[in-house]
Design a protein around this ligand. Structure first.
Ligand SMILES: [Cu+2]
Length: 171
């Protein structure tokens, strides 16, 4: 009977120590990859929306819809979770102004390699955009949510917007 108890206790101890190791690992990882975000929860309030958007070598955004409230400060971080270079699998986030055609914009952007696929003279078509990123990079942009409505976002790297697009809803 005593032996059984010993194994039970030892078993529980092993499980407990594994769990705490995992936790420690996760915490370490979070603090080394994104030190800036440590303050994010404290500043998250009704007037601020923190969004993290990820895209990897599979050419997909992990969000197809983003919802914010009118006038909110939006802090959006795009992270390229892949390994490929930005010349082969570059990603950005481009939020288009209301009424701008995504397909028209994407075809214009295709020729704008020298400006990281943000076509010159397209300022009025774009509300905000991130840098073009390669694997392992990230960029955070901060902007005020525009007027209530539905907007489109895309990655303007050639060919990507067929899959890499979504709806940005302001309520
Ligand atoms: Cu892309």
């Amino acid at each position: 009977m005593k032996k059984v108890m010993y194994f039970l206790v030892a078993g529980i101890f092993t499980v407990a120590s594994c769990t705490s190791n995992e936790k420690q690992g996760q915490e370490t990882e979070t603090s080394t990859t994104a030190p800036v975000e440590e303050t994010a929860p404290a500043t998250q309030d009704a007037n601020e929306m923190v969004i993290s958007l990820n895209a990897g070598d599979d050419m997909k955004f992990d969000l197809s819809e983003i919802k914010v409230k009118e006038g909110q400060t939006v802090k959006l971080t795009l992270t390229h979770t892949g390994k490929m270079a930005k010349t082969a699998m570059g990603h950005n986030f481009v939020l288009l102004a209301a009424g701008v055609s995504l397909t028209d914009f994407a075809s214009k952007a295709m020729g704008a390699q020298s400006t990281d696929y943000i076509p010159a003279g397209s300022e009025k078509d774009i509300i905000v955009h991130t840098k073009l990123l390669g694997g392992g990079e990230s960029d955070t942009i901060e902007f005020t949510a525009p007027a209530k409505g539905s907007y489109e976002f895309l990655c303007s790297f050639p060919g990507h917007s067929a899959l890499m697009k979504g709806t940005f809803i302001v309520e």
